[in-house]
Design a protein around this ligand. Sequence first.
Ligand code: ADP
Ligand code: TPW
Ligand code: MG
Length: 576
Amino acid sequence: MAEAALKAAPDTEQELTDGFHLIIDALKLNGVKTIYGVPGIPITDFGRMAQAEGIRVISFRHEQNAGYAASIAGFLTKQPGICLTVSAPGFLNGLTALAHATTNCFPMILISGSSEREVVDLQQGDYEEMDQLAVAKTMCKAAYRVLHAQDIGIAVARAIRAAVSGRPGGVYLDLPAKLFGQAMNADAGQKSLVKVIDAAPAQIPAPDAVRRAIDVLKSAKKPLIIIGKGAAYAQADDAIKAFVEKSGAPFLPMSMAKGLLSDLHPQCAGAARSTVLKDSDVVVMLGARLNWLLSHGKGKNWGDAPKKFIQIDIEPKEMDSNVEIAAPVVGDIGSCVNALLNAMGDKWTPAPSDWIGAVSKKREENIAKMAPRLMNNNSPMDYHGALGVLRTVIKERPDAILVNEGANTLDLARGIIDMYKPRKRIDVGTWGIMGIGMGYSIAAAIETGKPVLAVEGDSAFGFSGMEVETICRYNLPVCIVIFNNDGIYRGTDVNTAGSDPATTVFVKGARYDKMIEAFGGVGVNATSPDELKRAVNAAMDSGKPTLINAVIDPAAGSESGRIGNLNPQSVVKKKK
Ligand code: ADP
Ligand code: TPW
Ligand code: MG
């Protein structure tokens, strides 16, 4: 107990530390450089002190955006991103992002101040009263509460280890207000801190599992490798490239794995997606799940050809989650891929050339079909004209980070904008959520130091739009392009039952560019691909916070983008 530590030397003047400083010291000892959060009781002074002690503390306008920033910092760096929130409502605002981190397998720690335990537990109505630990537990990998200053070191160590080891995810750390001011002897405090050794230990796959996978791969006539964001996260880029090239198989990158191998790589089957899913006979899943994004590995998208799956994943429970896995390989991507490469030896026969040829032919056809549409200079713009411009912007700046959300704006940008380097495309992820845009942009700029291009549907942007002030305040090199089609999916819906607007439309002709001007950023209204090109190039070259309102034909989009089939259908006929 802190009291005991104080009593130990009643007469001598002893140096004290407290909860505030021990938390900061524990984070610094473990390499935490940045905290994303929103200040308030009981963590305002903590944020100030952390800043004074050299941690970068980025203050947001809403905790959800700070949380998304922390989650993507985790993805980009393999270190847990830290989000700091106040009690009850601030905590709940951050909780969405914690659940998102867990769902997407990103390491993140939500640190939240909380109210007095005694009052909360007796439900006596404290300021911002809530049993936060109980609420958080269902949303994350692990949740801990610290009651005593001398436990801070262990708690921070556990939180870090829980976030990054095995399948990464979100961790909650509950810090009641009283903890911050709790005093203890400074020496004892220092000794109580823990530097986490080997936070995410390598997980070597079993030799039998590797042999089994190689046997299945050898039997393939039409192999396919699906690369997911778990592979991008793993930062085993060279080994993955060597494995894919040695196999000779076409590869299909999932959204956030685009660029792990260049989209222009001759084996990339991104533009022949339906062909490779249907016709392949052996599918290697590399850090990707057979969830809704891959139609659960079955059904008409996968065709009738019988398939065998090899799955490489750090999470054993992922195997057989949707279909039978013929060869599960459990371990970290780097270790697994290196083991497979070794087992393939020097005399591996690459995938049959007729299969490669068929996939390449399909890819070239699809690319050729798309090409003229990307060059149109229509005004107002359609998605293809505008995205054709952005595609070139990224081609000329392969180091830039692309943030992307929306429906049509997402689905079309994913297909059209080629990526060239690993971990440069970050987007709505496993849940397909709106609202990641500005949080991701801020963290991407801060963690990588590279320019950021955020391609945003007008609806999607609205979920985090207030953070343009944050972008201006920290003067971050972020260029936001809003695909403004006056609404969700389209701006043309009409409510025939009354005078209220239809549920999916927004103010027509809105000028989002004016928003950033309020905070000293550069606003541009772009009505044609040429105007868009000039504005984006200027923004990316200057690094000035910029928001471009790209005027898109309100009729250009389709319902829910590419996933309209997921909308439930009513059996009752529409009223005339
Ligand atoms: P995508 O959405 O790109 O298809 P998912 O998020 O569905 O990707 O899948 C990522 C998978 O990667 C998860 O099953 C996760 O357990 C796994 N994973 C994450 N990190 C690693 C790692 N270092 N090594 C192996 N597998 C990992
Ligand atoms: C947290 C539902 C999916 S896509 C979308 C919404 C509201 C917006 C689409 O319009 P946008 O793009 O961004 O203008 P475009 O180009 O098609 O017009 N709340 C959350 N997540 C999701 N996914 C939704 C609602 C949704
Ligand atoms: Mg829209």
